[in-house]
Design a protein around this ligand. Structure first.
Ligand SMILES: [Zn+2]
Length: 81
């Protein structure tokens, strides 16, 4: 289905983001944009995620790219607010 009409499916998700810390998926209208270096990153609105990100931004960016081992949001190495 995607290959027959990818534009439709891309349009459905183009305004979505994944919070780098809690990995929650939201619409950009429901998040907050913060500048990091020359990038604009979207976070969920909880203060925990932005604070945690600022402690180790490179780790969270690498995790988003799948370059860090991660056992999932219910794994033992994850804490959220
Ligand atoms: Zn979050």
């Amino acid at each position: 289905m995607f290959l027959k009409g990818p534009e439709k499916y891309v349009a459905e998700v183009e305004n979505l983001f994944v919070c780098p810390v809690c990995l929650g998926e939201k619409h950009k209208k429901e998040g907050v944009a913060l500048k990091f270096q020359d990038r604009e990153l979207y976070f969920c609105r909880c203060p925990h995620c932005a604070r945690e990100f600022s402690k180790n931004p490179e780790y969270y960016l690498r995790r988003l790219e799948g370059k860090e081992p991660f056992s999932g949001v219910f794994g033992s190495d994850f804490q959220c607010c």
